[in-house]
Design a binder for this molecule. Structure first.
Ligand code: SAM
Length: 420
């Protein structure tokens, strides 16, 4: 074990001694120690023993919360409901407004206790997340679920059916990252946002096909931000990850064909081919999808700072403008003529277009040399109008979604019996 790991190990051992004390004996200094030193066992023990406990760096969690704040019009509505279904030591909660309703689920007893000590305003539930039964409830589901761990729970303990878990002999089992995404979709309310840190494998791996389909048929793609391998270096892994932000669409939202039927490459790699055969469909209201690639997370693989200007800012801060200026930057990024034409399974489009062979990536890497690269991928069209409920809506309209969500809730209100 190297010096840094030894320091982490010692910090965890002392943290465990603190949480073992009766609550009334835990001092403010103890809590401060936990905040600075408790990191759990991710990277120190084999993954299966550590329950996939690799905690998110605080600036990454902050970026996610601030991006969601921007997407919500600059502030979170008072009393917004947040779910962190695999809370660890609660790094995401750190950045939430204090008046929010926060529910944190965590299987590991020590981590759950640390979270409840650090964030006494949160409702911390020390239990298996898959027993959580609230549906269509949360405005935001956030976090970094465990990857590569097998969920294994008594089928009778599940509140409802999970497509990503397979039941044999009374046990429901499946890949943790897929099952946590399904849990998030179930728990978010229509119009609610889901923002997770996820392994890149979700985009293409066979095991994730079901959950990709689920995302594709139920959620609008908002943003994919690819993170470099160094992101989790301080917690002992170099797995490439991404931040995926999606928004749950109302249940009746249909998939409709893209209005763009021709493809051409900015790099003259192809002509103006007819691409109707790809039969691309997207949810009504889907705007062009935002993609970004971070090339420097603020430190190298050994944790040494790469902050050239000494101002503590990283490329993530640069990207935040895209979400916080009324999404203007995000909307005005150069959109790339549909890249999905090359994807045999269009449901994978939203999640797979961060690779070096895609035109958007290539153009963005020339435009923003050094990074971060960012661009839009076209979905429903290259600006053509689409007829929707007797009106024409531009395929570049980023407010269409809000309108669909508002109409859904108006419809619900109308269908309720009038108050006596
Ligand atoms: C990748 S860590 C992330 C923790 C935290 N979200 C963060 O980003 O720092 C995943 C966490 O999920 C917890 N976990 C694993 N399986 C779980 C389950 N079935 N229910 C609830 N929590 C679980 C682990 O104990 C671990 O703390």
């Amino acid at each position: 074990m190297g010096k840094a790991d030894r320091k982490r190990w010692d910090g965890n051992v002392k943290s465990m001694a603190i949480v073992a004390k009766p609550r009334e004996d835990i001092t403010e200094d103890d809590v401060a120690f936990l905040r600075d030193n408790y990191t759990s066992t991710g990277g120190l023990l084999p993954n299966a023993y550590a329950g996939g406990a690799f905690y998110t760096p605080t600036h990454v969690a902050r970026f996610i919360i601030e991006a969601l704040r921007g997407l919500s019009g600059g502030s979170f509505p008072q009393g917004s409901r947040f779910l962190e279904p695999s809370a660890g030591s609660g790094v995401f909660i750190e950045h939430l407004p204090k008046d929010a309703e926060v529910t944190a689920l965590e299987l590991d007893e020590i981590s759950a206790k640390v979270t409840s000590l650090l964030y006494p305003h949160a409702n911390v539930i020390n239990d298996d997340a898959f027993r959580h039964a609230l549906r269509d409830y949360y405005d935001y589901v956030i976090g970094n679920p465990p990857y590569g761990v097998t969920i294994d729970i008594a089928a009778d303990d599940l509140p409802d059916n999970y497509e990503t878990l397979k039941v044999t002999k009374g046990r429901a089992k499946g890949k943790s990252e897929s099952a946590f995404i399904e849990l998030a979709i179930k728990s978010a309310k229509p119009g609610g946002y889901i923002a997770f840190v996820l392994p890149m494998g979700i985009n293409y791996a066979n095991y994730a096909e079901k959950v990709r389909q689920l995302l594709y048929t139920t959620c609008w793609h908002v943003a994919t931000v690819m993170l470099p391998g160094e992101t989790f270096a301080l917690t002992g892994t170099t797995i490439p990850t991404q931040i995926l932000i999606v928004r749950k669409a109302p249940p009746v939202t249909p998939l409709i064909p893209s209005a763009t039927t021709k493809w051409s490459s900015n790099f003259k790699r192809g002509g103006h081919e007819d691409i109707t055969d790809f039969d691309a469909k997207f949810l009504v209201g889907q705007p062009p999808a935002y993609f970004a690639q971070i090339t420097d997370i603020g430190y190298d693989k050994d944790g040494k700072s790469t902050d050239k200007w000494g101002d503590g800012r990283t490329q993530l801060d640069e990207l935040l403008n895209d979400f916080t200026d009324d999404n203007l930057t995000r909307e005005n990024l150069y959109p790339h003529i549909p890249s999905w034409h090359s994807v045999k399974d269009v449901s994978a489009f939203m999640f797979s277009h961060g690779n070096g062979s895609c035109d958007g990536y290539r153009d963005a890497s020339y435009t923003y040399t050094g990074g971060p690269y960012r661009w839009n991928e076209l979905t429903l069209g290259a600006g053509e109008e689409i007829e929707w409920r007797g009106e024409f809506v531009s395929t570049f309209d980023f407010t269409w979604q809000d309108q669909i969500v508002a109409e859904y809730y108006e419809g619900l209100a109308e269908s309720l019996p009038a108050a006596a």
